[in-house]
Design a protein around this ligand. Structure first.
Ligand SMILES: Nc1ncnc2c1ncn2[C@@H]1O[C@H](COP(=O)(O)OP(=O)(O)OP(=O)(O)O)[C@@H](O)[C@H]1O
Ligand SMILES: [Mg+2]
Length: 276
C-alpha cells in the first residue's frame, strides 16, 4: 500500500473539491482507516454546508491555528466528529467566521499543524481553497502533502483559472508535475479531450452524477451513493482510490513547466538590463 498520509485536494473553483474530499474520506473509513478531513476554506466555512445540523461547540480551525500553542490534544478538541460514522472527524472554520475573526498565523504553525496531525489519524485529507495564494494553510498542504489531487472542470473557466494560477506554483517544492490530474463533473457534451490535451493529459475522470448533486443540496454527502445511475461514478471513485493507495501506476506528465513562460520573460528582462 502506498504511504499517502496527507492528501491535498485542489482545483479550480466549483470543480468538486469538497464533494470529492468527502467521498474519498467515506471510502477510507469503510476500509477501517481513521481520517481527519481539514476544510481549509476560510472564505466559505464548509462545515455548515455539509453538516448544517451538527453542533460545533467553538471547535474552529481558525482558533486552533491562531492559538498561542498547538498540541495533539488541542487539535483533537477542535475535531468535529461526523455523526453516524466511526473514525471520521472534521476541522473547519465555523459559520459566520471570516479572515478577520482570528489573529494571523505563520508558516511554522502550518508545519507544526501537519506534523502533529500525521500522528492523529491514518489519513489526513485537506480540502484546499482554490485561491491558495490567499491561504497559508492550503499553500502548506500543496507543499507538504504526500499527494495532490488536482480537479479540473472540463470548461474554459478552468483553463483560465489554471493559466493564471499554475505559474504561482512554479517553485520546485510544489512539484506540480506529480499532481494526479482528474477531470471532474464531466458531462457527455463537454470538450473533455480538448481540455485534457491542454493540460498535457489527464489521469482520471469523475463523471457528472445527479445523486451526488442531490446529496450536496440535501447535506447528505457522508451517505453512500445507492442510485443505479451512480454506478459509473462509484467505479471511477474506486479506480482513483486504487491509484492513490494501492496500485504502483506511474504517470507520465507532459504538462509544460508553468514557470517556463515567466522564465523566458525574466531572461529577456535581464538582457535588456545588461544592454543598458
Ligand atoms: N461528479 C459530480 N456530479 C454532479 N455534481 C457534482 C459533481 N462534483 C461536484 N458536483 C457539484 O458541483 C458543485 C460544486 O461542488 P463542490 O462544492 O464540491 O466544489 P468545490 O470545488 O469544493 O467548490 P468551491 O471552489 O466553492 O470550494 C456542487 O453543487 C456539487 O454538487
Ligand atoms: Mg469547496
Amino acid at each position: 500500500m502506498k504511504n499517502n498520509k496527507i492528501i491535498a485536494v485542489w482545483g479550480n473553483p466549483d470543480s468538486g473539491k469538497t464533494t470529492f474530499s468527502i467521498k474519498m474520506a467515506n471510502e477510507l473509513i469503510k476500509k477501517n482507516k481513521s481520517v481527519i478531513l481539514v476544510m481549509a476554506d476560510s472564505y466559505v466555512p464548509a462545515i455548515h454546508t455539509v453538516l448544517p445540523f451538527t453542533e460545533t461547540k467553538d471547535q474552529s480551525l481558525g482558533a486552533l491555528l491562531s492559538s498561542i500553542q498547538i498540541s495533539q490534544e488541542s487539535i483533537l478538541k477542535k475535531c468535529i466528529p461526523v455523526p453516524n460514522t466511526k473514525n471520521l472527524s472534521i476541522l473547519s472554520y465555523l459559520h459566520g467566521e471570516n479572515i478577520r475573526t482570528y489573529a494571523d498565523y505563520g508558516k511554522e504553525r502550518v508545519l507544526d499543524f501537519f506534523i502533529l496531525l500525521k500522528h492523529l489519524a491514518d489519513h489526513i485529507i485537506v480540502d484546499c481553497s482554490s485561491q491558495f495564494h490567499h491561504d497559508l494553510l492550503s499553500r502548506g498542504a500543496l507543499e507538504l502533502s504526500d499527494q495532490v489531487i488536482r480537479l479540473i472542470s472540463p470548461d474554459l473557466k478552468a483553463i483560465s483559472f489554471y493559466d493564471a494560477s499554475l505559474p504561482l506554483l512554479g517553485e520546485k517544492k510544489y512539484n506540480v508535475a506529480n499532481h494526479i490530474k482528474v477531470l471532474s463533473d464531466v458531462k457527455s457534451e463537454m470538450p473533455k479531450d480538448s481540455v485534457g490535451n491542454r493540460f498535457g493529459g489527464i489521469q482520471k475522470e469523475l463523471d457528472h452524477c445527479e445523486e451526488l448533486q442531490r446529496q450536496m443540496l440535501e447535506a447528505r454527502l457522508f451517505e453512500p451513493l445507492t442510485d443505479k445511475k451512480s454506478e459509473g461514478y462509484n467505479t471511477q471513485l474506486q479506480n482513483l482510490m486504487d491509484a492513490l493507495f494501492f496500485s504502483e501506476e506511474v504517470y507520465e506528465n507532459k504538462e509544460k513547466n508553468p514557470l517556463k513562460k515567466n522564465l523566458r520573460k525574466i531572461g529577456f528582462f535581464k538582457k535588456e538590463v545588461m544592454h543598458k
